[in-house]
Design a protein around this ligand. Structure first.
Ligand code: SF4
Length: 450
């Protein structure tokens, strides 16, 4: 069925008729923010969110492609969305559309493929597709890369307890396992003054927590002579009405100054997520991380000395090509030494188009061994989280109510709120009590005041 017959007449489309749309997203925080931006753009063109149970007429899948598994998940979801919305126009956007437009265009369930930077053009693209005006399924690449800073409210709207703000995009590094730089292009950041204004506006709008996000957040501002430390210092000098949280920061750029600032900050939540990936220098070299075991160790111990209550989190890849038992043991030994609160574990997954995927077959670690190593690390992760939660027993905390019965502390621990507790998106001081099951109860004390 050609696209043009899908809608009787082009003028029945978009702003004139409030067409029902649905946006689905897979992937990282940046991807989620972008999907939010797509939804707002469609609404600004007269589309309306499909009501529950109502078949959408336009479906957008904003999809990730960071691993082969991410691809499989996206294609499975696309098939499901087609089944659930048989008459809809189905568009795929995001990193997957950027990496494999031609492959996606061969799939019968997909009508439109639009890569990064297509948000603003999407309504028109969909209209043209419906009218059969698109020469093919793949939208022409736009000159503009994915934009960086969507307007504050577009990043999540008010009333949300946590709002994610994308302030940076792109990456200039070439870690050998990572496809992201080839999809998102060079590093670019929003002007720090615009970010500062956006944060203040969200705080004044009642949002208690703003999460700063980017593809390579620690490189914020490097493209125009600014820095994340510089931005945070301005906010430290005149605190906004909300607390800030930083999403993951590559340790290669997150130097001592940033760690010291976060450790002593009144504005930034005491939570540092610094991906390690491996505790073996030989593996780090093969990953082209530009980081060493010793430097990472020093950075983390410096942070813990500066603020022992910091939530220190990291990521590790298990079973990177060529990883020997001894190299894996180095990783385990380093993790055992560091005062970590949480650990995210990723069994190595070759991503075509990366240097690591081009390693000779003999170098790859058998899948069963990757799985076993990942399982060992995940067991460690569970112990770390339990230990970190237990350390909060009897402590006061700065809690944001996420939803009726759940809150989030400044140290990034979820706590249980009493029935008829504070309303969602409120922020308050609370006393924490450890439950026998290892969870934490929060007894609200007083509303939090900046
Ligand atoms: S720093 Fe490395 S892992 Fe992070 S986005 Fe850039 S290339 Fe990928």
């Amino acid at each position: 069925m050609s696209l043009s017959t899908k809608f009787a007449a082009p003028e029945r489309f978009g702003r004139r008729f409030g067409r029902a749309y649905a946006v689905h997203v897979l992937g990282c925080k940046v991807s989620q923010i972008e999907a939010d931006g797509i939804a707002r753009t469609l609404e600004s063109e007269g589309f309306e969110p499909a009501r529950p149970g109502e078949a959408a007429e336009v479906v957008v899948l904003h999809a990730c492609t960071v691993t082969a598994r991410a691809d499989r998940d996206a294609l499975r979801l696309a098939r499901r969305l087609r089944r659930e919305n048989p008459a809809a126009l189905l568009a795929v956007t995001g990193c997957l559309a950027e990496r494999d437009p031609d492959g996606l265009s061969l799939r019968p369930e997909i009508d439109v493929v639009a890569g990064h930077g297509s948000r603003l053009a999407l309504p028109r693209l969909l209209e043209d597709a419906a009218a059969g005006l698109l020469p093919g399924k793949v939208a022409e690449r736009t000159a503009s890369p994915a934009e960086v800073l969507a307007s504050p409210l577009a990043a999540g709207g008010t009333g949300r307890s946590r709002t994610f703000l994308k302030i940076q995009d792109g990456c200039g590094r070439r870690c050998s396992f990572c496809i992201v730089p080839s999809l998102r292009g060079a590093e670019r950041s929003a002007p720090a003054s615009e970010v500062e204004d956006a944060i203040r506006a969200l705080g004044e709008d009642g949002v208690p927590e703003v999460v700063l996000c980017g593809v390579h957040l620690a490189a914020f501002g490097h493209d125009h002579g600014e820095s994340l430390v510089g931005l945070l210092r301005r906010l430290e000098d005149r605190p906004p009405a909300c607390r800030l949280r930083l999403s993951s920061l590559e340790p290669m750029e997150a130097g001592e100054a940033l760690v010291d600032l976060v450790a002593s900050s009144r504005v930034v939540a005491p939570h540092l997520h610094l991906p390690l990936q491996s505790g073996s220098d030989a593996v780090l070299r093969r990953m082209r991380r530009g980081m060493t075991r010793a430097r990472f160790r020093d950075l983390l111990l410096r942070a813990a000395r500066a603020n022992p209550r910091l939530h220190l989190a990291t990521d590790v890849i298990a079973g990177f090509p060529g990883e020997t038992d001894a190299e894996f043991a180095e990783t385990e030994a380093l993790l055992a030494e560091l005062p970590l609160a949480s650990l995210h574990v990723f069994p190595f997954s070759p991503r075509s188009g990366t240097a690591a995927a081009a390693q000779p077959a003999g170098a790859s670690v058998p899948a069963s061994l990757r799985t076993r190593r990942a399982a060992r690390l995940r067991a460690r992760a569970a112990t770390l989280l339990r230990r970190f939660a237990a350390a909060h027993d009897g402590r006061a905390a700065d809690v944001v109510a996420l939803r009726g019965d759940v809150g989030l502390t400044e140290t990034y621990v979820e706590v249980a709120l009493p029935p008829s507790g504070p309303p969602p998106a409120s922020r308050f001081a609370a006393l924490l009590a450890l439950r026998p099951d290892g969870g934490l109860d929060a007894r609200p004390a007083v509303p939090f005041s900046c």
